[in-house]
Design a protein around this ligand. Sequence first.
Ligand SMILES: Nc1ncnc2c1ncn2[C@@H]1O[C@H](COP(=O)(O)OP(=O)(O)O)[C@@H](O)[C@H]1O
Ligand SMILES: [Mg+2]
Length: 90
Amino acid sequence: MHDPDDKSSTLTLHLPDEVATDAFGHQLAPLLHPGMVVWLDGDLGAGKTTLVRALLRARHHAGPVKSPTYTLVEIYVISRIYWYHFDFYR
Ligand SMILES: Nc1ncnc2c1ncn2[C@@H]1O[C@H](COP(=O)(O)OP(=O)(O)O)[C@@H](O)[C@H]1O
Ligand SMILES: [Mg+2]
C-alpha cells in the first residue's frame, strides 16, 4: 500500500508550465508497465490530470481525458492494456 512517508520511491519534480508537464508525461509513458501504480499528490489544479492526459496521449489515446472527480475512476483501454485513473480527492 502507498505510504506517503516512504520517500524511497518518491520523485519530486518542478514542472513550470503545462508544456513541461506534457513533455514529462511523454517521457514517463514508455516506462509504465501493467501492474504499476503511480500516485500523484497535489492540490486541486496542481496538474495531476494534465499529466495523466499526457501519459495517455503518449500511448496514442485520442479521446477525451477528464478528471474523475465525480466518477472516482476513468478507465481507458489502449492496446488491450487497462489504464485506471482514480481520484481520491474525497
Ligand atoms: N505546470 C503545469 N502543469 C500542469 N498544468 C498546469 C501547469 N501550469 C498551469 N497548469 C494549468 O493548471 C490546470 C491543472 O488542472 P488539472 O490537471 O485538472 O489539475 P488536477 O488534476 O491536479 O486537479 C490546467 O488548466 C493547466 O492548464
Ligand atoms: Mg484531476
